[in-house]
Write a protein that binds this ligand. Structure first.
Ligand code: ASP
Length: 433
């Protein structure tokens, strides 16, 4: 009897497609979050951390599949290319495009911060905010995550232990191993043999496993929205609103104006791109993790945007690790903002150094929540700015992280689309459908 009633109530929800389910849960999350924040009876009985657990469960489900998914897709895509030389060309083209886009993002962020001067505001009590966040600041300063240089980064691409690479879901190490592994299969003449067939099937299986895990995404989004609304400190947004506005404004400019113009120039309707990618962008925004929505981005790219298998399975996971348009923009804005707060004026050559540091730094950032704050402390240090100033950014980092993740995800799919369109392999009919 109870089962029948529950089923009756749930039937309309179950008949929806995944995007609509996410939309319903998102709206429910806003309603519950507002009740938990503003309605004292609910506020007293609801524990927002409990809701956050739903988001953590979803992120764990994705973490569970991400390493085998990337391994299966990259190996299969390298086995399916007709001429192996082409794979190398794709890798070089992808990396050059990622660099260019990251560079443009930092430049836009720095340009906007220099122009609007948010750090010149007299309403920001620097010392108070820094001391309120001193624990988090110490955690970042004492962490060794920021101490990795570019040489370490490059050496680290080669996994000393492949199981550890899987254990850590280290994208670059898994990609590296998958490429070497695919080369081995080819050299052994097995590309069309048993192992080749196995990887073709693995590829399909992993997409299905992704579908299963994604069914939980509406609940994860629901939980995170309730937690965010119930717990975020709105007063900080008031005093640090200027930096939030600059990051949101310049990221929106980069995505909707720059990408939009490039798409128009390529003869593609930008609205199709924005509309189809939105479920992935908004999920990444709420979860603050581009890796958590990587499977969804790949699925949308392949099934809705018509991007070829080759670009989807290689350029997007690689981009998720090294193409951090949102992170680099956020780093650039943060550095200039802090310099303005402390009255430091950089020369042109120092600005060029900042652009390079932010570009290279963002490449080393993990696609997980709050990752780039560690880098910011390293960059401030190398520019002679007080490292404790990250306390100001930490105060609003969650809200900035959401937008930079939105930018990171958009940049990855946009790059894959661009490469595919230039190569003439994009399924334009599917894109326009
Ligand atoms: N949260 C970001 C991402 O997942 C990384 C960062 O902290 O910049 O893309």
């Amino acid at each position: 009897m109870v089962g029948k009633v529950i089923l009756k109530v749930l039937r309309p929800y179950l008949s929806l497609n995944l995007s609509r389910k996410v939309a319903v849960c998102f709206i429910l999350g806003i309603i519950f979050g507002c009740l938990a924040r503003f309605f004292p009876p609910v506020h007293n009985i609801v524990n927002p951390e409990g809701f956050r657990t739903l988001g953590v469960i979803f992120i764990n489900l994705i973490k569970m599949i991400i390493a085998p998914l990337i391994f299966a897709l990259i190996t299969n895509s390298f086995l399916s290319v007709k001429e192996p030389g082409k794979a190398g060309v794709l890798a070089v083209k992808s990396v050059c495009l990622f660099f260019l886009m990251t560079f443009i993002s930092v430049a836009i962020g720095i340009g906007a911060t220099k122009f609007f001067k948010p750090g010149a505001s007299k309403n920001i009590d620097i010392q108070k905010i820094i001391s309120q966040n001193s624990n988090a600041v110490n955690g970042v300063i004492n962490s060794d995550q920021k101490k990795k240089g570019i040489v370490d980064f490059l050496i680290n691409i080669i996994p000393s232990n492949i199981f550890q690479a899987f254990y850590n879901s280290d994208f670059l190490q898994i990609i590296f191993f998958a490429i070497v592994f695919a080369m081995g299969i080819r050299k052994a003449g097995q590309a069309n043999g048993v192992i080749g067939d196995l990887f073709k099937s693995m590829d399909k299986v992993m997409y299905k496993v992704t579908d299963i895990c994604m069914e939980f995404s509406p609940f994860g989004i629901f939980g995170i929205v309730v937690w965010l609304i119930a717990t975020q400190d709105a007063s900080l947004i008031k005093s640090l609103g200027a930096i939030v506005l600059i990051v949101y404004g310049s990221m929106t400019f980069m995505i909707y104006i720059i990408y939009g113009i490039v798409l128009l120039l390529l003869g593609l309707n930008p609205f199709k791109f924005f509309k189809k990618l939105f479920p992935s962008q908004i999920s990444g925004y709420l979860l603050s993790s581009s890796s958590a929505v990587l499977p969804l981005s790949m699925q949308i790219s392949k099934d809705k945007l018509g991007i070829s298998e080759e670009k989807v399975s290689f350029a997007i996971p690689l981009g998720a690790k090294i193409n951090m348009n949102g992170t680099s923009l956020n780093l650039g804005v943060s550095v200039i903002f802090i310099s303005q707060l402390f009255g430091v004026d950089f020369t042109m050559s120092e600005i060029v150094k900042i652009v390079i540091l932010c570009t290279l730094g963002s490449i080393g950032t993990a696609p997980v929540p709050g990752a780039s704050i560690f880098l910011l402390s390293g960059i401030l240090n190398s520019l002679g700015l007080p490292v404790e100033a990250i306390g100001i950014i930490i105060a609003v980092d969650r809200i900035l992280d959401m937008m930079r993740t939105y930018g990171n995800i958009s940049g990855d799919v946009f790059s894959a689309l661009l490469l595919d369109k230039i190569d003439g392999t994009l399924d334009v009919e599917k894109y326009n459908s």
